[in-house]
Write a new protein. Structure first.
Length: 221
């Protein structure tokens, strides 16, 4: 697992706010954003799109601490939400939350499954069924992991990965242990009959094939 380091983002303060101002910023090639939280008033600014795109395409964007230089002061912030264009998928707006060294914060951290080739169950045609892709954890801002890695070595069909199987860094705990106990499992392949020959296929593929299969004569409406 890797720890999240503070990344710097270049910002420009916004003199005006509102939908009209935001559209004008996007025409100029900037991305509107806001910093809120704490006892201070929200601060509106804009981001450079190339720099933002680079960060968005890295794992754990919403669990990474950013350092924003605003009015001569460096603010630590966590990206809380990104609004995307429904057609082009370009970022339209980013919300940042102020964070401090005092206290803890809850964030969603991506889970990475490693060593699939060392799982006997997957080698025999089993399917990794991931129940939780991003796990909510509680941590101080200096110890937020960018991701958590789960080792699949030795896992057989019908094995389940539980929360207790994850190795958490010091100071990091699951936020909802009672809810997020089951992380993933390896399900058995499904046997299908095709032209008199049994063929083993993953369960998910079998469901799709069954849905597309023609209905026997005499059945149906």
């Amino acid at each position: 697992m890797t720890m999240t380091n503070a990344s710097q983002l270049n910002v420009q303060l916004r003199k005006e706010t509102g939908k009209g101002s935001s559209r004008a910023l996007r025409r100029e090639g900037r991305i509107p954003a806001v910093l809120y939280g704490g006892k201070e008033a929200p601060i509106h600014f804009s981001l450079e799109p190339v720099e933002l795109h680079k960060e968005l395409h890295q794992t754990g964007f919403l669990s990474k601490i950013f350092e924003l230089s605003i009015n001569g002061k460096k603010e630590k912030a966590l990206a809380r939400a990104v609004q995307f264009h429904p057609v082009t998928d370009r970022p339209l707006h980013v919300d940042f939350l102020r964070v401090s060294k005092e206290g803890k914060i809850t964030v969603a951290v991506p889970l990475i499954f490693a060593n699939e080739g060392s799982s006997p169950g997957l080698k025999r045609g089993g399917v990794l069924n991931v129940l939780i892709h991003n796990l909510d954890i509680t941590s101080d801002i200096d110890h937020i992991p960018a991701s958590l890695t789960i080792d699949l070595t030795g896992l057989e069909i019908h094995d389940t990965i539980h929360l207790k199987d994850i190795k958490f860094p010091e100071g990091v705990v699951p936020a909802h242990p009672e809810r997020d106990n089951d992380i993933a499992n390896i399900v058995a392949p499904t046997v299908m009959k095709k032209a008199g020959v049994e063929e083993v296929v993953p369960a998910a593929e079998a469901e799709v094939a069954a849905a597309k299969a023609p209905m026997p004569e005499g059945e149906g409406a």
